[in-house]
Design a protein around this ligand. Sequence first.
Ligand code: AGP
Length: 614
Amino acid sequence: MCGIFGYLGYQDAAPLVLAGLERLAYRGYDSAGVAVIDRAGHLEVRKSAGKLANLTTLLEREPLSGSGLGHTRWATHGAPTDANAHPHLDGTGEVVVVHNGIVENYIELKARLTAEGHEFSSATDTEVIPHLIQELLAQGHTLAEAVRLAAAELRGAHAIACMHAGSPDTLVALRIGNAGGVSVGFGSGEMFVASDLPALLPLTTSVAPLAPGEMAVVTPEGCEMLTLDGRRIDTARQTVTMNPVAAAKGGHRHFMLKEIMEQPESAMSCLRGRLAFTPPSAVLGELPFTSEELRSLSRVVFLGMGTTQYATRVGARMTELLARLPASAEDASEYRYREPVVDEATLAVGVSQSGETADTLEAMHLAADGGARTLAITNVAGSQADRGADATLLMHAGPEIGVASTKTFVNSMLVMYLLATHLGHARGALTDDAAAGHVDAAARLPALLGEALELNRGVYERLAAAYVKARRFLFLGRGLLDPIAREGALKLKEISYIHAEGMAAAEMKHGPIALIDRETPVVALVLRDALYEKMLGNISEVKARGGVVIAIATAGDDSIAAQVDDVLWVPPCPPMLAPMLAAVPVQLFAYHTAVHLGNDVDQPRNLAKSVTVE
Ligand code: AGP
């Protein structure tokens, strides 16, 4: 996840910006940069691929004086090079921008700007933003207006900070959607801007986090808040009395909630450097396999346990759908003892957020011994899974402290979506246009996750209170949502300790339907997909037996409300994103039920973050 830090005031910005970026380094990055504007309005930029130490050395050698901003970047579009590092400039060299987000429509914006004579020096999507601002300044708009109007042209979720050489005492920051935070920090005669609170707390405890759709115009004396449609609003200034642990929780009550809420950003981190748009493709440079080797594969076996095994069920279906390759999702502990048929044409994909799950590791070793190529998908670089496989695709979810997997669950499905797209394209099962459609869909996930997190405000707490006395729950889903039903049951079980069972919806008629009564709520995942009508039939079967149904449905599907007892909404989305978005309501339903019960949400009884025993 990228980091943003800005400073306006009587001190030199560069050392403060560097220290602020160091405090954001935990978010992960592969390049960094600083821009400073001196009193005479002279703007200078220093940026460097690699670690912050490289940038520090550069600034020691060529010091800068004045106010400014900085950025740590995890490569999005374009490799982690000096040229692609932020900050980025416009054509005049007087507008400077740092950005966290994915400009989903940057190709059309870049084409329009290029046709108008703009020249670009990087392969990033971000670079279109200062050029848009340059155009609007040339039309006579103020800096704040130019930034606001430029933001209106961007599709996706963003956090942006911008300065202009002509007004060295002004920094404009804004937030669109829910994929990247930005907060203002208040000093005495000086002001700060940062991606999140840990970077501000050593400097000030008086902060104003920007909500999605808000913009701050900051000067050393303070800041003015506006909405992105130009209305002035009160500054929601607050005093943060956070201890370091609370700061690490980002102000949330539990790590699990923080990690659920940061899924837009963690999904963005997973996508960085892996989406190409010209020509469209899922770029998995970590894979050492040639197209010929990918075409020679005869099957893919996904291996995992628990929550992660449910993710592999999604991955296997995506692989069959997109790559037309036979694919299976195996319980690793069973696979180990099944004497499976494996050969050189098998790709065995071991998925493990910890990278240390004993059963998954052993199943990968067994597949390798049978001649399979092995691929690890994990959140921990240097884990046994990472070290033991032929190749690794990292989830890039950032540290997951809560024992119950949330953001790593979504990121593991996202990596498998990119893998299925890559395999399908390499094997000719996906045309360029079809691959482009999946690349565009993947790029939309961070913003859609942000929307999913905004929906159902207050509903989770109400449902938790209403259903907490249930004897048990059933979770029903079909197709790509069958594994999400299973995960929803597991999430509820492992943190609320209420028994729940997830299954393919049609399976209910073959026995579990005997459990239906008023004390057994049924959570039905009934999104507007190809199996929607079938799910409605299952809901009718439950209601006909006096059952209670909580639907997880597509926002705007007003007809569903009359057929069930309660609804949790998910934003309309491309089909392949449905399992990743439906994960949000099942995670939050489990979380709020456990909180209502007073359970230790981050450290549920009997659970461990990685099961390193068989
Ligand atoms: C934790 O929420 C999970 N419920 C747990 O089942 C986990 O998914 C499983 O232990 C596998 O862990 P891994 O992803 O680290 O291999």
